[in-house]
Design a protein around this ligand. Structure first.
Ligand SMILES: Nc1ncnc2c1ncn2[C@@H]1O[C@H](COP(=O)(O)OP(=O)(O)O)[C@@H](O)[C@H]1O
Ligand SMILES: [Mg+2]
Length: 279
């Protein structure tokens, strides 16, 4: 099962942007995806739909001990792509008292895991469940990270991202100490808000690559681009903003292809299946 938790130590890193656009890119490549908005602020919902903020969803399910596949299925919202379904944050997410109570539940991780598993078992038969999380590495985000099978780690290509990297590294070490082999695997690090040709950004990218092993990084990195603001305002993935999507939109196709390879979603033995252009 591929339960991919998109997590970062800072807010405004582009977690939601990455979650929404990567889910869309995977689905448009034919992968079946359930995107779960596990950020109580509901950012992914706002980025996709006008109805998501009033719908039941993830945290309503988390209030129950018996997580039921049928109920999870009933709360999934469809998108224009049959391969892409969305589970919004839900009503409970908007009620601080309920969220505080939920945060105290000792078996919350088991419930999160049960929801991800139930989402995997829905009739869509998703290849991957992608989970957008709140910022930080304590409390809710930490428990979400613990409940996943893989972590996707967007990191700000800014001095702030670099300065706070140790916070994430400590959380990863803590996950490993607490769970051993059960700890989620790192699917990889994606540099975000990259400013091509800007010296500080280049310097930060270089330092990131010195601090972490090279294989942890996705080749694709996400540039700072005002199109993201327009897409966010319009409530669409960036690939749907224009009839002829921009170069930035295609970066998520590259990310999707890299992720498919990292999660071994490609069917072995089918590599040479191609259709010739002519004859
Ligand atoms: N690569 C980018 N370039 C420019 N703006 C971006 C980029 N990624 C995200 N944004 C904008 O920055 C803000 C925060 O992004 P978001 O994805 O919500 O971050 P997070 O979920 O980590 O808090 C949003 O307004 C979003 O539209
Ligand atoms: Mg967000």
């Amino acid at each position: 099962m591929n339960h991919l938790i998109v997590a970062s130590q800072n807010g405004g890193t582009g977690r939601t942007t990455l979650s929404v656009n990567l889910s869309y890119a995977l689905a448009s490549r034919g992968r079946r995806v359930v995107l779960i908005d596990a950020d109580p602020l509901g950012g992914a919902g706002f980025s996709l739909s006008t109805k998501a903020s009033t719908a039941q969803g993830f945290y309503d399910l988390a209030l129950d001990r018996d997580i039921d596949r049928v109920r999870v299925e009933s709360l999934l919202l469809g998108t224009r792509l049959p391969e892409f379904k969305f589970l919004p944050a839900g009503h409970a997410a908007q009620q601080p008292a309920i969220m505080d109570r939920l945060d105290q539940e000792p078996d919350l991780q088991d419930r999160f895991r049960a929801i991800f598993t139930a989402a995997s078992d829905t009739s869509l038969g998703p290849d991957v469940v992608i989970v957008d999380t709140p910022a930080g590495v304590r409390g809710l985000p930490y428990r979400l990270m613990r409940s996943g099978s893989h972590l996707l780690l967007p990191q700000l290509a800014h001095p702030l991202g670099l300065r706070t990297l140790p916070v994430m590294l400590r959380a990863l070490a803590q996950l490993r100490t607490g769970q051993g082999k059960e700890a989620p695997m790192i699917a990889g690090v994606v540099l975000t808000m990259v400013e091509p040709g800007v010296p500080v950004s280049l310097e930060v990218q270089r330092e990131f690559r010195e601090l972490l092993p090279g294989h942890m990084f996705f080749d694709a990195q996400i540039p700072r681009d005002r199109e993201f603001l327009q897409a966010s305002q319009a409530g669409v993935p960036i690939a749907l903003l224009q009839r002829h999507p921009s170069a930035t939109a295609f970066i998520f196709d590259q990310l999707a292809a890299e992720l498919e390879s990292r999660l071994a979603l490609n069917n072995p033995g089918h590599e040479n299946e191609f259709t010739r252009l002519m004859d």
